[in-house]
Design a protein around this ligand. Structure first.
Ligand SMILES: Cc1cc2nc3c(=O)[nH]c(=O)nc-3n(C[C@H](O)[C@H](O)[C@H](O)COP(=O)(O)OP(=O)(O)OC[C@H]3O[C@@H](n4cnc5c(N)ncnc54)[C@H](O)[C@@H]3O)c2cc1C
Length: 482
């Protein structure tokens, strides 16, 4: 029965996407390059997960249990050499040019090996997402240039997105909750810029970050109307990292407390003015919730894959565990759920590529510019200066705002919430069910299944707890009480 294990997930070679989700065949006929790019993401992701992540994953988990600041730089460098750290940046500018669909497929492949390690590599694209929300062309071009240059030098350039505070998690993501929030952070207007004080907590990559994108109110008693978004270099005087959390799962991904003591940031680092910080958060959530759903889908697949491998080798009397009908029913059930959620994730991603911010890279002016202008010029200071001209910024802003209106953002928060809850609940259910099948040995660290269970739990909590996502879904689909 050994051969059964070789047929599923990372153990096998990637089938093409049309075999995985047949409806994509239609799209492949109309836009072959779009689907081919996603297929290339799948091949790259599967190879990297199988050859680089899987052999080290349990050792890294153990090291991080001993020391939550442990980081496998060697693995990160390999990912960086393959440009996975700049996966979403257009190819013409030095990245891999993955679309939202490509990134979704990539997430599933990599998280099926390890969610925490994937976060170290791919969540850095937050920097780009944060800038795209702004869509001030000067900033977007600078961030892309800095990310590509760092990638080429083999140096890390980490970004963190900090909204959570010791007394406010859900509160910072939702208008109703923010009305009663009591924030710890505070920004004060001073000559030429802002002075920032307070603490953020549970921030992914916070201990490694070179830049933090943070939402901070100017008036603690009225966060809703005063919360703004700042870009804060971690080299700023007064910035420090507090504790790095010891978590139950996703240990390879550092989650840190960030402390701001009279940190000064110049006026130009105010990305969103007071009162617009929540809008910035909602726009980021409107794309990232879907990616977390897809990442959790990978955790579910990884758990099932490990279970199939185990059950194919585990002898019970004169047969294998996988020969039992009850095990086959359970596995078939889980495959059915994985397929259903995968289709929902692809649907979300294709919608982001069509109607949301990633569609900007597919828009005619951007596509034409990328095709016609050589890379060295696109990445030059000259183009960055032109991009920073107020006329260019206001034109680009208009195009972006027309594409990503407030209504678009809220629609995608709703769709993303559905995918996030579906994917993360799937991860929890599958990783729990495989432990039921395997029994005692599933508790052992060496099979990796209990790790999937621990990793899955974490996905239900961040990027909006699943309860908060459900409320978003309810309020936007059904309506809020007056
Ligand atoms: C591994 C990890 C990584 C993280 N990374 C980041 C990061 O990079 N950046 C960042 O800013 N944050 C990050 N977070 C924080 C995360 O986003 C918060 O934990 C999450 O928003 C929930 O907030 P909370 O823990 O304060 O829970 P609370 O908001 O205190 O909620 C507690 C419980 O009450 C429920 N609840 C709260 N308010 C409401 C409401 N109004 N209606 C209904 N139910 C409600 C919640 O659903 C939850 O079940 C991370 C967390 C983890 C675990």
């Amino acid at each position: 029965m050994d051969h059964l294990a070789a047929k599923y997930g990372l153990s096998s070679d990637a089938p093409d996407l049309v075999t995985t989700v047949p409806a994509l065949g239609k799209l492949k006929k109309i836009r072959p390059s779009y689907i081919k790019r996603a297929e290339s993401a799948q091949v790259t992701g599967r190879r990297f997960a199988r050859e680089e992540i899987l052999p080290r994953v349990l050792e890294i988990d153990k090291e991080c249990t001993r020391d939550p600041r442990y980081f496998d730089w060697d693995l990160w460098r390999k990912a960086n050499d393959e440009k996975l750290t700049v996966a979403l940046i257009p190819r013409e500018m030095g990245g891999l040019g993955y679309t939202a669909l490509g990134a979704t497929v990539l997430c599933e492949e990599m998280t099926s090996a390890c969610m925490g390690i994937t976060a170290n590599i791919l969540f850095n694209n937050f920097g780009l997402l944060g800038a795209l929300v702004e869509f001030r062309t000067g900033i977007v071009l600078r961030i892309i240039r800095d990310m590509v240059k760092a990638q080429r030098r083999g140096e890390p350039l980490f970004w963190a997105w900090a909204i959570t505070e010791p007394s406010a998690g859900t509160d910072v993501e939702d208008e109703r909750a923010m009305a009663t929030m009591r924030p710890s952070t505070h920004a004060e207007k001073v000559s030429g810029g802002y002075r920032i004080n307070g603490t953020k907590c549970f921030i992914t990559n916070g201990s490694l970050a070179h830049y933090v994108i943070a939402t901070i109110p100017l008036d603690r008693s009225n966060p809703l109307e005063s919360i703004a978004t700042f870009l804060i270099p971690t080299s700023s005087e007064g910035f420090s990292v507090g504790k790095v959390e010891r978590k139950c799962g996703q240990k390879a991904s550092q989650t840190a407390e960030l402390i701001f003591e009279d940190v000064y940031v110049p006026e130009e680092n105010l990305w969103e003015p007071p009162g617009r910080g929540l809008r910035h958060t909602r726009e980021i959530l409107s794309t990232t919730r879907g990616f977390i759903g897809a990442s959790a889908l990978g955790v579910a697949r990884g758990a099932l894959e490990r279970c199939i491998e185990y059950a194919s080798k585990k002898k019970i009397g004169n047969h294998f565990l996988i020969d039992e009908d009850w095990v086959r029913y359970a596995i078939a059930d889980m495959i059915k759920d994985i397929k259903t959620v995968r289709a929902a994730c692809y649907n979300f991603a294709i919608s982001v590529d069509t109607y949301h911010v990633m569609g900007l890279f597919e828009s005619l002016p951007v596509k034409t510019a990328l095709k016609m202008i050589p890379e060295r010029i696109l990445l030059s200071e000259f183009v960055q200066t032109i991009g920073g001209l107020s006329l260019v910024e206001s034109l680009a802003g208009k195009i972006k705002n027309r594409m990503v209106s407030d209504a678009t953002v809220e629609r995608f928060v709703k769709e993303g919430s559905a995918v996030k809850v579906a994917g993360t609940d799937l991860a929890m259910n599958v990783s729990s069910r495989v432990l039921d099948i395997v029994g005692l040995e599933g508790m052992s660290h060496r099979y990796g299944m209990e790790k999937c269970f621990r990793d899955a739990k974490v996905t239900q909590i961040y990027e909006g707890s699943n309860q908060a996502c459900r409320l978003d879904l309810f309020h936007q689909e059904i309506g809020s009480p007056q």
